[in-house]
Write a protein that binds this ligand. Structure first.
Ligand code: AMP
Ligand code: FES
Ligand code: ZN
Ligand code: ZN
Length: 323
């Protein structure tokens, strides 16, 4: 197996590019894909202050590493979700990554700072854990960016994530979510800009980036996400990709090039007012945003151990993924 660029020994094969690469030229390919995504979608510039939402998984650590390497001003932001050992381990890994590189990392804890955790919220609301988890993450990312004066929030969503979300949204023809499924969402109405620089890299590629760069990351998936629909869509798309390499990227990029522009008018936000508790922009009838309502509902509740929810097969409503 020889590197396509230098003919030296290759360390990775990429069927989608019909080529193999040595570590150095694989890194070059990753940097090129990320730079292309940033430029093509005008995500941010070197003067912008970037807040990278880091989970301790391969994608968000890889994107943080790449942005710093490419000369961007990027600080990290980690939310302790209270999902047992999984959260403990992710926090340690994220803290170590930042400390070893002298990078700024802000840590926020759902339990310590807001009085609840994801398992307790799931029990109280009777919905799947990912529902309260997603709501809390979106809310806190926005708030942290606003309070910290950041220009943009970056997440580690990769090509596999975006293709699976697209697949799910298209299965339901959810036009509102399809319209907002762009690699960058502009700031507006009190929301910060959001960007996904890894949309041109697959999960396997971000994992290889971390392994070859010696970055330690949490390998396990969230124990509460096991068996959810998003993972099922990923498996379906992987089966397709195996038979015809490149189909995942073609599905997603075809959507961005040909479908997404037609949905521009549906991209508006339905913002009515500011939350009376936290000043976050919020829609709907209530004076209080959905996150502050969740804080209210979970107040004083005894913490629910993760194990109670992991084994139980949920019959409750699932969450949809919009951004
Ligand atoms: P997920 O929603 O778990 O698929 O994660 C998508 C992206 O959200 C990750 O790539 C991270 O950028 C970010 N993220 C997930 N979990 C956390 C967390 N606990 N703290 C900060 N950012 C996170
Ligand atoms: Fe949110 Fe698992 S990461 S429920
Ligand atoms: Zn090479
Ligand atoms: Zn609020």
């Amino acid at each position: 197996m020889k590197c396509r660029t230098c003919r030296g020994p290759a360390v990775i094969d990429l069927p989608r590019h019909n080529a193999n690469f040595c570590a150095e030229h694989f890194f070059e390919l990753c940097r090129r894909q990320v730079t292309k995504a940033i430029d093509e979608h005008a995500m941010f510039g070197t003067d912008d202050r970037i807040l990278v939402a880091v989970s301790g998984g391969k994608d968000s650590l890889a994107v943080w590493d790449m942005l710093v390497e490419l000369g961007y001003r990027a600080d990290g932001y980690y939310i302790a979700l209270g999902i047992g050992d999984y959260s403990e381990e992710s926090r340690e890994i994220t803290e170590r990554f930042a400390a070893e590189r002298g990078l700024a990392l802000r840590i926020e804890s759902l339990r310590d700072d807001h009085g609840f955790d994801v398992p307790t919220a799931a029990k109280v609301t009777g919905r799947v854990p990912c529902s309260a988890c997603g709501l809390s993450k979106r809310h806190l990312f926005d708030r942290a960016a606003r309070e910290g004066g950041y220009d943009v929030v970056v997440t580690g969503h990769n090509l596999d994530d975006e293709a699976a979300v697209l697949f799910g949204n298209a299965l339901r023809w959810d036009v509102e979510y399809l319209a907002r499924q762009t690699p960058v969402l502009e700031a507006g109405d009190g929301f910060p800009r959001k960007a996904k620089p890894l949309v041109r890299l697959s999960e396997r590629e971000t994992a290889a980036w971390c392994i070859l760069r010696g970055i330690d990351y949490v390998i396990e998936e969230c124990p509460m996400a096991a068996g959810n629909r998003h993972l099922q869509y990923k498996e379906l798309l992987n089966a397709l990709e195996e038979k015809s390499p490149g189909s995942k990227a073609a599905f997603y990029s075809g959507f961005l090039d040909r479908m997404s522009p037609l949905l521009a008018d549906d991209r508006r936000r339905d913002v009515l007012h500011r939350c009376v508790h936290c000043d976050s922009p919020t829609g709907g009838e209530s004076e209080v945003c959905a996150f502050c309502r969740l804080v209210e509902r979970t107040r004083g509740q005894e913490a629910v151990p993760v194990e109670m929810l992991v084994k139980k097969k949920s019959r409750s409503r699932t969450s949809r993924r919009g951004d």
